[in-house]
Design a binder for this molecule. Sequence first.
Ligand SMILES: [Zn+2]
Ligand SMILES: [Zn+2]
Length: 56
Amino acid sequence: MACRGTCIRHQAGKPGRKSRYEAGQVRCQQCGIWMIREEPGCPCCGLKLRRNARRR
Ligand SMILES: [Zn+2]
Ligand SMILES: [Zn+2]
């Protein structure tokens, strides 16, 4: 599936000093934007999103 442009509604702003991962944002590689999602999928293109935040 391709980007339909609806992802803009979910686009997340820049999180101050925190990194985007720290702020819980995920990036859709298909759409090329950062967004805040709780579900593991892009609402626009349906691409599965991963949280790459590493915790030890
Ligand atoms: Zn999109
Ligand atoms: Zn997407």
